[in-house]
Ligand binder design. Sequence first.
Ligand SMILES: Nc1ncnc2c1ncn2[C@@H]1O[C@H](COP(=O)(O)OP(=O)(O)OP(=O)(O)O)[C@@H](O)[C@H]1O
Length: 295
Amino acid sequence: MSDAPIQVTGLRKTYGERAAVDGIDLRIERGEVFALLGPNGAGKTTTVEILEGFRKRDGGTVSVLGEDPQTAGLAWRNRLGIVLQSSTGLELITPREALASTAKVYRDARPVDEVLAAVGLTDKAGDRIGKLSGGQRRRLDVGLGIIGSPDLLFLDEPTTGFDPQARRDFWELIGSLADGGTTILLTTHYLDEAEHLADRVGVIAAGRMLALDTPANLGGRSSSQATVTWEDAAGTRHTEQTSTPTDLVARLGRELGGEVPKLTVTRPSLEDTYLSLIAPHLAATGGEPELEVVA
Ligand SMILES: Nc1ncnc2c1ncn2[C@@H]1O[C@H](COP(=O)(O)OP(=O)(O)OP(=O)(O)O)[C@@H](O)[C@H]1O
């Protein structure tokens, strides 16, 4: 019996006739940072909420920290950290108060000052939450998610509204949590975030897992052809696709007698790969009305 914190096989969830999640398999190891990517309506939130125990599945098996989320109790829930897309109702208290009162729920809570520092809110600890900026508010959400020293942290689009420095700081924080053994499942629409943070990414569309790999290897990225561009002595631009770019650049160096003018070597970015993976599914999912039915 393996102890991977997340083990999912054949997960299915339907709303009426329609499958929002249509046979997903997923296994996430301890200390791994896993990013779930996919277009709007792909089934990410449904999948994550089933893992969090907030929605019931219609098929498949799910084990989260060794238990079935549908039947797991409070002790299990206290081992999870959950950062939703936005929290409300805290406007009149301060970040310190919000963190301190949340900390009381947990047996193994982190010190409030440590969490304030980790999410960069030490200076705002005593301000009213209603006065924080969107990005500061989001950092507080993350702080509330990690105060209970969770074994497993769910982050739903965690850095929306962050400025570039705050995003970098946040990535560092996530890296150190994962180094400490926290398993992290995040959803994001930022491909650079997935590339920077995730050990592996899963791309889902129309409820199915289209690809699951490291960011470098996703969709055969690392073995795909490179595009080499350069300029010759007459200033004419050249482009060549090749699976052996080093050889080509060496040959150009010899032919052009040293430096190759305006040389670039590129492979598909994670975004290129992601967009080509989901392209066939966008027509199928786009523009459909969302039905709000309580699960
Ligand atoms: N409560 C519900 N009742 C009916 N249909 C739902 C419900 N929740 C989600 N769906 C449908 O299930 C599909 C998957 O939705 P889900 O929210 O999981 O997508 P998502 O990948 O999280 O999208 P986004 O990136 O927009 O958050 C969508 O077609 C959505 O309309």
